[in-house]
Write a protein that binds this ligand. Structure first.
Ligand SMILES: C[S@@+](CC[C@H](N)C(=O)[O-])C[C@H]1O[C@@H](n2cnc3c(N)ncnc32)[C@H](O)[C@@H]1O
Length: 229
């Protein structure tokens, strides 16, 4: 089971332009389209999306399974619960599931539940890491080191969505770092399904960075999948 670590997440978020890119793109996607209510699944540690997007909605609900100690703006409702278990009994015009799919125990049924909670004509926005660029190559390298085939969540989600009409956007985001040691720490979040192996394999991973990562930037392709019901 993959466990979300808020400290690793905070370290990651401080080092990337990813959240700004995503919020701006999601705002563009939703602009001019009628919507009253939004459900966001998986907050993280700060309302990056809600802060900017909530003003466009009458109701903005976040479902987050960890205990949230951070203060949220008053127009954002928080439901402390697990998406895979919660019973909502209402539907939404927009559902945002950003970088949360990795953590679902049953990705297929959690995704189907998202479509059940969507009003007809409503939109769901999924966000996850793509499998190209530096991120994809590092994941493939790591999977060889641990001798296990790696299944990208991107591929798993596309398989689940194969009967649906999707729109896909790719936004390359950058991780900044001043040393490969720092980059290694920043990327710990992306290996939260193999925390011990990641730490143990640090020398090999640092060697990989030295050979393959140029220009002080590590690129992750952000994949946004938009689907209208
Ligand atoms: C990597 S963070 C992503 C946060 C934010 N959406 C973003 O894109 O930066 C994943 C968040 O999803 C939450 N989460 C994981 N599984 C969940 C579930 N089954 N139901 C609700 N929240 C979940 C974690 O606790 C964490 O806050």
């Amino acid at each position: 089971m993959v466990k979300f670590d808020p400290n690793w997440y905070n370290k990651f978020v401080q080092s990337t332009n990813e959240k700004d890119l995503l919020v701006n793109k999601i705002s563009d996607i939703l602009a001019g389209k009628p919507h009253k209510s939004c459900l966001e699944i998986g907050l993280g540690t700060s309302p990056y999306f809600a802060q900017k997007l909530s003003q466009n909605f009458v109701r903005y609900l976040v479902v987050e399974c960890r205990i949230v100690e951070e203060l949220l703006p008053s127009d954002i409702e928080l439901l402390n619960d697990d998406w895979e278990n919660v019973q909502l009994g209402e539907k939404f015009d927009v559902i945002i599931a950003s970088h949360v799919i990795y953590y679902f125990k049953n990705k297929k049924s959690a995704t189907e539940k998202i479509f059940s909670a969507l009003n007809n004509g409503g939109r769901v926005i999924f966000v996850m890491n793509g499998k190209e660029s530096d991120y994809g190559l590092l994941k493939s390298f790591f999977s060889k080191l641990v001798n296990e085939p790696y299944k990208f969540t991107y591929d798993e989600l596309l398989e689940i969505l194969k009967e649906r009409e999707i729109k896909e956007y790719t936004l390359p985001s950058e991780i900044r770092f001043s040393s490969f040691d720092e980059l290694f720490d920043t990327l710990r979040l992306s290996f939260d399904n193999y925390p011990n192996e990641y730490q143990k394999l640090k020398p090999q991973i640092i060697e990989y960075f030295k050979k393959n990562i140029r220009g002080g930037k590590f690129i992750i392709d952000q994949k946004i999948i938009e689907i209208q019901k």
